[in-house]
Design a protein around this ligand. Structure first.
Ligand code: GDP
Ligand code: MG
Length: 598
């Protein structure tokens, strides 16, 4: 097809602003779906995505659009995930596009997340087209929304197209605008192949399927291709695209987007963001922007039933096939038994993986409190990355410890600025920028990632009555004053309860955990000393006196889980006691301290 008739674009929208619904209208107008088979929200595939209304895996549909002037165009609508944890995927999807529709819900206004994604698009020189959605709703305020787009994002929005993705009003005008405003893919002088891997996933029958954008040259069946980063060579077996039905093609040419299958069995052999070249080509550079994805948040995942361990490992392996950003390695803990230390892009990613393991793979899991990755510069000059408190070198080997910092962007109505500031300041944030736009205020803070991974978002929502929106970007590693806090029972260290903690939080946290343990550990035949310590010095202490009467002390106090099955298993767990320094600790006590709850 002539390159002039191709338009590659994606939709940027905050969760619930109507991206999937709008995509459905596009698919409908382009006549790609038979009525009846139409399933709402074609672009969302995973069941959790559907329920939580977020799109995780990028997907792409090829649509054939006949314009009002009766010309036929090919639209590649490339989906982007909406959440900050997936910002790298957003930038990958965007780099395959020449345009992006910024969809803003006129009843909600602009949210922090859209601003961040919009800046990513602008930085990549992509044409951003503002779209005002939900104009059918009575409370829609188009003027306010336009003002916000202009003031908060800084792009012109006076002529923004107003649509209702629900009723279809304005959607055809929008498609006509896409024709004019989104440039066609650039023509290159060379016929050398350069293609970007936008996404890869694993299919049980054919192996790795990759969604690619051809920047120059073409890919044909049987062609030999080379993956830039690892120099692996593969033979292309199949080429196709989704319309949204999967169809086979003979080739993909310059400017086109489609899928290729090349007998690749390992997802890591075709990493997202990598470049595909001709087999013979050893001189071309990769397409800009390839980054290795690094997990930033780690937590331990343990099957509640230890017999479930082997099956659990298989499930993780399977999930890992489709999610190259998921990292895991075996870990064992005296308290929780055998499990895995898993690395995630962020908290949402962690919750999604946890939920998929529980729902799709039927595991009952304990997730420990998440931690960030610390960088430790040792006195011998070696830098090590620590994602588990037990790995922290001893204090006399350490020169400095660095922690990840983020740039947090918060948008909040004026009314709640005070409480939001307070919340952030309590979490070691530094205010960098503050801008007022009408009744909205945008705030930018530099703050440690470790301060936002525990319940920050929930608290932000609660102090702002749900009106604040939030997004963050990773900044850099900075030197910090953190230390390892150990918990001792009758003088013996309990590995699972060690944490890395900032000096400002040390006293409070020490006292809380010691008190919690005192409540949770039943009285026993001997007195129990509970201590928290940093290195050799004791920070807080408490004790439980010995049992006199033969009563079964109560050992409840754990959280009641949503699943009955889980509860029953927990009951068994209560019987399992772990012994430390001759102290028996009920499983429950561990759970209630270690478990991360949303
Ligand atoms: P996404 O999270 O951006 O993909 O948003 P969805 O497309 O899933 O839409 C979120 C909710 O808003 C759904 O309940 C949609 O039915 C609803 N919605 C989307 N567009 C419109 C619209 O134009 N008008 C109305 N009234 N509701 C809409
Ligand atoms: Mg959606």
């Amino acid at each position: 097809m002539p390159i002039e008739t191709i338009r590659n674009f994606s939709i940027i929208a905050h969760v619930d602003h109507g991206k999937s619904t709008l995509a459905d209208r596009f698919i409908e107008i382009c006549g790609a779906l038979d009525h009846g088979v139409a399933q709402n929200q074609m672009l969302d595939t995973l069941s959790i995505e559907r329920e939580r209304g977020i799109t995780i895996k990028s997907q792409c549909v090829r649509l054939s659009y006949t314009s009002i002037a009766n010309q036929v165009f090919t639209f590649n609508l490339i989906d982007t995930p909406g959440h900050v944890d997936f910002s790298y995927e957003v930038s990958r999807s965007l780099s395959a596009c020449e345009g992006a529709l910024l969809v803003v819900d006129a009843t909600q206004g602009v949210e922090a997340q859209s601003i961040a994604n919009c800046y990513t698009a602008l930085a990549q020189h992509i044409e951003v087209i503002p779209v005002i959605n939900k104009i059918d709703v009575a409370s829609a305020d188009c003027e306010m929304t336009i003002n916000q787009i202009e003031n908060l994002i800084g792009i012109e929005a006076k002529n923004a197209i107003r649509v209702s993705a629900k009723t279809g009003q304005g959607v055809r005008d929008l498609l006509e605008r896409v024709l004019i405003a989104v440039p066609h893919p650039k023509k290159h002088a060379t016929t050398k192949l350069q293609a970007l891997i936008i996404d890869s996933w694993f299919d049980n029958y054919v192996g790795v399927v990759s969604l690619v954008r051809i920047f120059s040259g073409s890919i044909k069946k049987k062609q030999k291709i080379k993956i830039y980063s690892n120099k692996n060579i593969f033979v292309v077996e199949k080429i196709g695209c989704f319309t949204p039905k999967k169809i086979d093609l003979e080739e993909l040419t310059e400017g086109e987007v489609g899928i290729i299958i090349a007998g690749i069995r390992d997802i890591h052999a075709a990493p997202v963001g990598d470049t595909i070249l001709d087999e013979q080509d050893s001189v071309s550079n990769p397409i800009e922007g390839f980054r290795k994805i690094q997990p930033r948040v780690f937590a331990g995942l343990y099957p509640i039933d230890t017999d479930d361990y082997d099956r659990f490992r298989d499930s993780l392996l399977k999930l890992g096939l489709n999610d190259s950003s998921l990292y895991f390695e075996p870990e064992n803990s005296t308290a929780l038994g055998l499990g895995f230390r898993c690395g995630f892009l962020g908290l949402l990613h962690m919750e999604i993986i946890q939920e998929r393991l529980e729902r799709e793979y039927n595991h009952d899991l304990i997730t420990t409190a998440p931690t960030v990755v610390y960088e430790v510069l040792k006195k011998d000059g070696v830098v090590v990355r620590i994602h588990n408190p037990s790995e922290l070198p001893s204090p006399n080997e350490i020169k400095e410890i660095r922690e990840p910092f983020i740039l947090a962007k918060i948008i909040v109505p004026q009314l709640y600025v005070g409480p939001v500031m307070q919340l952030c300041m309590d979490r070691r944030a530094k205010l960098i920028k503050q801008n007022h736009f009408g009744s909205q205020v945008s705030l930018e803070f530099e703050m440690p990632l470790s301060e936002v991974i525990m319940h920050f978002f929930n608290e932000l929502k609660s102090v702002s009555r749900g009106f604040a929106s939030y997004d963050y970007d990773f900044l850099e590693y900075r030197v910090c004053s953190v230390m390892k806090l150990d918990i001792l029972l009758n003088g013996e260290k309990v590995d699972a309860l060690s944490t890395i903690i900032h000096k400002d939080r040390l006293d409070k946290y020490s006292r809380t955990i010691v008190e919690r343990l005192k409540e949770l550990i039943p009285r026993q035949m001997i007195p129990i000393a509970i201590q928290s310590a940093v290195g050799g010095s004791i920070i807080a202490r408490s004790s439980i006196s010995a049992l006199r009467k033969n009563v079964i002390a109560k050992c409840y106090g754990g959280d009641v889980s949503r699943k009955r099955k889980l509860l029953e298993k927990q009951k068994e767990g209560k019987k399992r006691m772990k012994t430390f320094g001759r102290v028996d600790i009920p499983q429950e006590a561990f759970l209630s301290i270690l478990k991360y709850s949303k």
